[in-house]
Every structure is written in structure tokens, then in C-alpha cells.
Design a binder for this molecule. Structure first.
Ligand code: PLP
Length: 366
């Protein structure tokens, strides 16, 4: 069985966690701080704030960026749902921009069309680890802050800068099948000292200074100490993890025809999964063929405008304004997310690609 995600937990990881459990101090403390410092050092960024998940990190980021009811926030039409849910919790007006179907990331030209005098934030998602086009987005955004959702992007770079450090604020996820895992965990990333102070307060119930003195409405977004211990131990192997993922990415890319691949010459990604595009009429057939070989896949991700959660949304909260998303429509009908992780070897990728190509050519009967 080749699972879509399958984390490797070493004896060192186990020892790191159990030693914290044995110590008797379980809630956020100095190991979390060390984890934050190590990630900041790796990313080349001034500040990081560990959180209980990538979704918590997004909620913190929305508060730090002071997004309020009615503010317009532009998000990609295709993304994992979390940043959209954070925008909804902030009571922002969600404005979707189409994606560039050659990269799976937000289309800067559609962002340009969607900017109004009420736009307060642009959220980018580094899809599968492929970075958005930050150069063009910065030209277009003219000072509107960018929140970079790099939950899928750890280990990749854009213009020699590590993802997710291209936004004014970035976030990471350490969910169980991400490049580095804590089981569940996340981090806010920024170079802005005002943002980091705010983020730390929001993470800790808005408390500042003396105990039980709350200056803001925050939440408990803290990362437990044994979770940070797992994160630190995993992070110590980041170079090996990146190397392995890149080797698999190159194997996939060398075996697949150009028409089935996304383009990421603008960056150097460390992919979270391998996105492949097949003709829409073949997609079910290919997924079934892989399934038959016990190879798990995902359809990542259903467009935001098709999500039932928004059916009852008023136009005050979700602005579609008759928008069309040709890039997202086409991408969604053709995308399959293939497994890419530490337990997969080159020969597994060969089997996966062979299965796909045979299903397409009709050699495999479903
Ligand atoms: C793009 C993106 N944003 C946010 C998240 C949320 O992260 P978490 O699952 O750690 O809450 C994910 C997780 O898969 C994601 O892929």
C-alpha cells in the first residue's frame, strides 16, 4: 500500500517526546521557543511564533493583520479550505481570484482585477509547495499586505528566499503528513516586530504582563511542549527530508510528459505532493487504476466556490459578482494529487507513473 501521507517517526523522535512527557512540564515552554528559533534560523527570518496548527497560525495572522468585518480579502479560488475559513471567522468579505492553471497558484492578473478600495489583504497559497508569483503580486498589490500560506511549502525557495517568507506574514503547518511533522502544529513567520508581539499575545488568550490580565480577545493557540519536541527532532532532519522529496519530484518529472506537469521554473519547490494533470474524461479511470494498485491519491482541492459551506453565504460575505474561474474550473477537472513522501522510493514512483500511463492508454481494464 502506498499511502498519500505516511510520516517517518524515528527512535530519536520518540525519545524527544517521551523525555518531555517524563519531565512533567507539558505546556508551552522553552522547547517551543527553541523550535521557533531553529525554524527562524533556517528560514532566514527574524521571528516565528509556534501555534497548535497551521489553521491556528492563520487565525493569528488574520488578527495580527487586523482584518475586520467587511474588509475585502482576496484568496485563490482553489486552496485547502483553512485560509478561507479564517477569513470567514474574521468576518471578512471573501473575494476569490482565479488560479493560474500552469502553477496551481493565484493568478496575479485576476488579483489585479479584483482589487478595490476596500481590499485589505491578499492571501497566497503556495500550492503543493509551488510558490505564487510574488514578484508580480508585489507590483500589483501596491502596499496591500500579503499573507503567504506556506502550509505545504516548507523547504522550497523563491528567488533564493525560503518559503513562506515572501509575504508580510507567512504561516507553516506541521500536520502529520507535512514535510516536517508534530502531529498537529503550525507557525507564524514574519520580519515585523509589531506583528510578532501581537501574535504572541493573541496566541495566549490576549494576556499580557501580569497573569489573568487580557488586553485583547485572543485564544489558546499554544503549541504543547512535547509537540514542539517532536517538531525539533523532525526539523533536525530537514535537509535529508528536502533531498528525498526533491529526488522523488525529479523522478516524477522525468517520467511524465510535459502536458501533464505543472510549471515551477520560477521557484525551487520541496513538494508536499506531486500534482499531475490528466484529461478530465480520464481522471476517474486513472484514480481507479491507482486505487486498484493500492496507491492512494487525493483530488486537491475542490474550488472554494463549489463548497457547500458557502451556499447560505450572503453577497456581503462572499463576493462572486458573477465571476468566472476558467483556470480553476479546468484545473479542478484534471488534477490528481499523487503521493510524495519519505517512505516512497524511486521504484514506487515508477510504478505510479506506469499505472497512470497504462490507464490513460486503455491498457488497464477497470
Ligand atoms: C494550504 C493549507 N493551508 C492551511 C492548512 C492548515 O494546516 P493545519 O492542518 O496544520 O491546520 C493546510 C493543511 O493541510 C494547507 O494545506
Amino acid at each position: 500500500m502506498i499511502r498519500f501521507g505516511d510520516p517517518v517517526i524515528t527512535d530519536r523522535d520518540l525519545e524527544a517526546v517521551t523525555s518531555v512527557l517524563r519531565s512533567g512540564w507539558l505546556s508551552m515552554n522553552k522547547i517551543t521557543k527553541q523550535f521557533e528559533e531553529e525554524v527562524a534560523d533556517f528560514l532566514g527570518v527574524r521571528y516565528t511564533v509556534a501555534a497548535s496548527s497551521g489553521s491556528s497560525a492563520l487565525d493569528i495572522a488574520f488578527q495580527v493583520l487586523e482584518i475586520q468585518s467587511g474588509d475585502e480579502v482576496i484568496l485563490p479560488a482553489i486552496t485547502y479550505f483553512a485560509p478561507v475559513a479564517s477569513a470567514a471567522r474574521a468576518k471578512a468579505k471573501i473575494v476569490l481570484a482565479d488560479i493560474d492553471q500552469t502553477t496551481g497558484t493565484i493568478d496575479p492578473e485576476d488579483v489585479k482585477r479584483k482589487i478595490t478600495s476596500n481590499t485589505r489583504l491578499i492571501v497566497t497559497v503556495d500550492y503543493a509547495g509551488i510558490s505564487a508569483n510574488y514578484e508580480r503580486l508585489r507590483e500589483i498589490s501596491r502596499g496591500i499586505p500579503i499573507l503567504e500560506d506556506g502550509a505545504e511549502a516548507l523547504g522550497g525557495t523563491y528567488c533564493n528566499k525560503r518559503l513562506p517568507t515572501l509575504g508580510d506574514v507567512g504561516i507553516l503547518s506541521f500536520h502529520s503528513i507535512k514535510q516536517v511533522t508534530c502531529g498537529e502544529g503550525g507557525m507564524v513567520v514574519t520580519n515585523n516586530s509589531r506583528f510578532v508581539d501581537h501574535a504572541r499575545v493573541v496566541r495566549n488568550q490576549g494576556e499580557l504582563g501580569e497573569k489573568y490580565h487580557h488586553i485583547r480577545i485572543g485564544n489558546n493557540y499554544r503549541m504543547p511542549e512535547y509537540v514542539a519536541a517532536l517538531g525539533r527532532s523532525q526539523f533536525a532532519r530537514i535537509k535529508v527530508k528536502i533531498y528525498h522529496r526533491k529526488m522523488l519530484e525529479q523522478t516524477y518529472s522525468s517520467l511524465l510528459p510535459a502536458t501533464m506537469k505543472l510549471s515551477y521554473r520560477h521557484c525551487d519547490p520541496c513538494l508536499f505532493f506531486y500534482p499531475v494533470l490528466v484529461q478530465s474524461e480520464c481522471r476517474d479511470k486513472v484514480v481507479q487504476a491507482l486505487n486498484k494498485m493500492n496507491i492512494e491519491t487525493r483530488l486537491a482541492f475542490k474550488p472554494v466556490y463549489l463548497q457547500p459551506a458557502f451556499r447560505s453565504y450572503s453577497s456581503q460575505n462572499l463576493s462572486l459578482d458573477g465571476s468566472k474561474f476558467p483556470g480553476a474550473d479546468s484545473f479542478w477537472s484534471r488534477i490528481i494529487a499523487l503521493p510524495l513522501h519519505e517512505r516512497i522510493m524511486k521504484k514506487d514512483v515508477e510504478v505510479i507513473v506506469e499505472t497512470i500511463m497504462s490507464a490513460i492508454s486503455g491498457e488497464v481494464k477497470i
